[in-house]
Design a protein around this ligand. Structure first.
Ligand code: SAJ
Length: 407
């Protein structure tokens, strides 16, 4: 069995490294943050995902997973570091590949002939080719010559909240810079992946991953745009979508307070950056989704008198998870506090508010918030809010961005 070195122990790298380790491969997981390395080596985790703690504990206890600050020699290297974007002065979103470049260059002292280097990070088209040229230039710099390196892009498609299930059961793409690289990557993932593994070239795999998230973003934007149209025309958008979806070929998604998370709100920009003249629909979808939190803030401000108490139900970026990063709900709560309203946040999945809200917003229980607030803004369709009724909210103003509260 090949040995592995996984660079980046976040939401993708940690489950991936751990599942390989539990299948008997020897894995060194690398992270630049000392506390992450210590936490994992003690069999604990620094991120939240159902059952990930059990998997990581099993991987560490088996002796097959070791975390380290520095890469170690291995047969296969997997890059699973973040690929965010930077906002330029003119507002353009520019992919930030600095983490991928740094991780790639860090491999130069340890790679050996015939090693396979897999880029798992969601990346703009052409990044796998860049990985090759960064590594080659770093090898030249340190005076090493390493033959026969193979490169592939194998994007991750797992859904936060169901990662461990989807890691095993989702179909995978292996895009090689050469067919041999794609084949080797396929053989590796077949260790744990029970679904189909499709081979392609690296550029197609890169664009396929971006396309999947752009597709979802455009579809969510359609639903969000409908919600704006319905607000304008005083039509119930939930009823409208329910009825339109009775058509056999119509499947409209659900509107919400905006699109959060680290993928769908980011990846379409990589396509827009690469093909700005062509990617008109994707750019507009991003703009529609990014504007939705401002629409919600305007609705709440119109409903709330000066100094009113507003209850924000949910802060996570989507239902039934505790991930508050890049969450439109957090953005909305912050804007409402800025507007001088007293904001109570109800988020059953956390015990501490994110920094952006600390000292400005009060974390409250659902009962407390419902008793004190005159305006209720439902932001996340958590199971904890599923039984709310209009009767319970009598006398209060309700802005239900997820269509949860029923009569
Ligand atoms: N949302 C809506 N309405 C909907 C569906 C979603 O407003 O009908 C919102 C959610 O509330 C959330 C955002 O969109 O704020 C994104 O949520 P999501 O569940 O659609 O997706 P993510 O970001 O959790 O995970 C996505 C997935 N991609 C696709 O479904 C195409 C996942 O498979 C990817 O692996 C992941 O991005 C990633 O890492 O790229």
């Amino acid at each position: 069995m090949p040995s592995l070195c996984v660079l980046g122990l976040g939401y993708i790298g940690l489950p991936t490294a751990s599942i390989f380790a539990t299948k008997g491969l020897r894995v060194v997981g690398v992270d630049v943050t000392p506390s992450v390395v210590e936490t994992i080596n003690s069999g604990r985790i620094h991120i939240q995902e159902p059952d990930l703690d059990v998997l990581v504990r099993a991987a560490v206890q088996s002796g097959n997973l070791k975390a380290s600050l520095k890469p170690a020699p291995a047969d296969v290297f997997i890059l699973a570091v973040p690929t965010p974007f930077l906002v330029a002065a003119d507002g353009a979103r520019i992919p930030d590949l600095s983490f991928v470049e740094a991780a790639t260059r860090s491999l130069a002292p340890v790679v050996a002939a015939g090693n396979l280097i897999i880029l798992e990070s969601t990346s703009p088209v052409g990044t796998t080719e860049k990985v090759k040229s960064w590594l080659e230039s770093e090898l030249t710099k340190i005076g090493r010559k390493v033959d026969g390196l193979l490169y592939a892009h194998c994007p991750e498609r797992i859904l936060p909240g169901q990662m461990l299930k989807e890691l095993v059961s989702n179909d995978r793409l292996c895009g090689g810079l050469t067919p041999a690289a794609a084949e080797q990557a396929r053989d590796l993932y077949a260790t744990f992946c029970t679904a189909q593994i499709f081979l392609t070239d690296a550029r197609t795999a890169e664009l396929a991953k971006l396309t999947e998230n752009a597709f979802r973003d455009v579809n969510i934007a359609f639903a969000n745009e409908l919600s704006l149209i319905c607000d304008h025309l005083r039509i119930d958008v939930w009823e409208l979508i329910r009825l339109a979806n009775r058509h056999p070929r119509v499947k409209i998604l659900q509107p919400g307070p905006g699109v959060g998370g680290h993928c769908i709100a980011v990846d379409p920009w990589f396509i827009v950056d690469a093909a700005p003249a062509q990617a008109r629909l994707m750019r507009t979808a991003r703009e529609v989704n990014d504007s939705k939190p401002h629409h919600v803030v305007a609705q709440v401000r119109a409903a709330a008198g000066p100094g009113a108490v507003v209850a924000c139900l949910g802060l996570a970026f989507k239902a039934n998870i505790d991930d508050l990063r890049e969450s439109p709900s957090v953005e909305i709560a912050a804007h409402l506090a800025d507007a001088g309203l007293k904001v109570l946040a109800v988020e059953p999945h956390v015990t501490v508010l994110p920094k952006a809200l600390q000292g400005r917003v009060e974390l409250a229980s659902l009962d407390d918030a419902l008793a004190r607030a005159s305006v209720i803004v439902l932001l996340v369709d958590h199971r904890a809010f599923a039984n709310l009724t209009l009767e319970q909210l009598k006398g209060k103003k309700l802005i239900d961005t997820r269509g949860v509260v029923r009569s």
